[in-house]
Design a protein around this ligand. Structure first.
Ligand code: ADP
Length: 319
């Protein structure tokens, strides 16, 4: 597997604000030398990359100077069996993935205090910070990223894995601005294609109606395509379609399938029609991954071969 080349410096945005208690306020900073006794590897830790719900992320280097991200989970936060199950599930699923648009999983081990996951380093943070800086992306950029998302999803779904928490903040960008889906904390591995899931999970803005209002049939792969619709809308409009002041209001809008395309933002009919079909209330009406890739949205304008790092600050021009 290829990883981004070392020593490339790119501008960083400040870490996203999080209303929850930060893990760092409850646990100690991990050691500067993190050892994997099984592989006889030592990772040299440097700066903090960010903090999530229950993990902290740092940049590390192995003995050969290869850079990675380490996700550190304090064992003291794994008291309940539910959080333990969530972590073991995440490790099991993520470890089994190997795709250029999925955050690479390198290694996993523990010491007395923490569980460590060594991951591919995504230097340019997530689509959330990218969008915060740029406000919104051009249709050409969205086409590029949508194709990368679909590649990763086809791979995942082909292996009977539903991600169930696709959102801007879980979609990382490497040094070359390629997209990498990460955070498999809510992923579900189905035993077969006909199995249906019943658990309510996901993030309010991105959650599919059949997950929220749990129909008897449960839910399946289509929940990820709903989230893709929300992500495509957010990339082009600058905010998710069902955004509201509180969670209850978001859920009401999702239930009623109530969203609109702001008039002041010029969008092609092709992008609107693709978003509309992805945001079909009935999961059976959503297009499949193969159908999406044949949608006119992919034919109506330039398809960039890559996105330059300068795109973080300024809309690039593509022929
Ligand atoms: P949690 O599962 O607790 O939400 P995350 O996986 O979201 O934790 O990680 C927390 C933060 O660490 C992220 O918001 C991001 O800024 C940073 N991060 C996570 N994974 C990587 C990675 N592979 N490369 C670079 N930064 C990362």
């Amino acid at each position: 597997r290829k990883y981004p080349s070392p020593a490339k410096k790119t501008p960083k945005t400040p870490a996203p604000k999080d209303k929850h208690v930060k893990p760092s306020s409850l646990v100690l900073t991990p050691p500067t030398q993190i050892r994997d006794p099984r592989r006889n590897e030592v990772y040299q830790r440097s700066g903090c990359l960010g903090e999530g719900g229950f993990a902290r992320c740092f940049e590390v280097q192995d003995k050969l100077g290869q850079r990675y991200a380490v996700k550190v989970i304090a064992k003291s936060t794994l008291k309940s069996s539910k959080t333990k199950q969530k972590l073991y599930g995440e490790i099991k699923v993520h470890q089994s993935m190997d795709h250029p648009n999925i955050v690479g999983f390198q290694d996993c081990f523990e010491d007395e205090v923490n569980v460590y996951m060594i991951l591919e380093l995504c230097e340019n943070r997530t689509l959330m910070e990218f969008l915060r800086r740029r406000k919104r992306l051009s249709e050409s950029e969205a086409r590029f990223y949508l194709l990368q998302i679909l590649g990763a999803l086809k791979y995942m779904h082909g292996r009977k894995v539903i991600h169930r928490d696709l959102k801007l903040g879980n979609i990382f960008l490497d040094a070359d601005m390629n997209l990498k889906i990460g955070d498999f904390g809510l992923a579900a591995l189905l035993v077969n294609d006909t199995e249906r899931k019943k658990t309510i999970c996901g993030t309010p803005n991105y959650i599919a109606p059949e997950v929220l209002f749990g129909n008897q049939d449960g839910h399946s792969f289509e929940v990820d395509l709903w989230s893709v619709g929300v992500i495509l809308y957010a990339m082009l409009v600058g905010k998710p379609p069902f955004q509201s002041k509180d969670v209850k209001a978001i859920y009401k809008k999702i239930k009623e399938n109530r969203y609109d395309f702001p008039e002041k933002i010029i969008l092609s009919t092709e992008s609107k029609s693709l978003i509309t079909s992805l945001l079909s209330h009935n999961p059976e009406h959503r297009p499949t991954i193969d159908q999406i890739s044949l949608h006119p949205f992919f034919q109506m304008g330039p398809m960039p071969r890559s996105i330059p790092v300068t795109a973080l600050d300024m809309q690039p021009y593509f022929e």
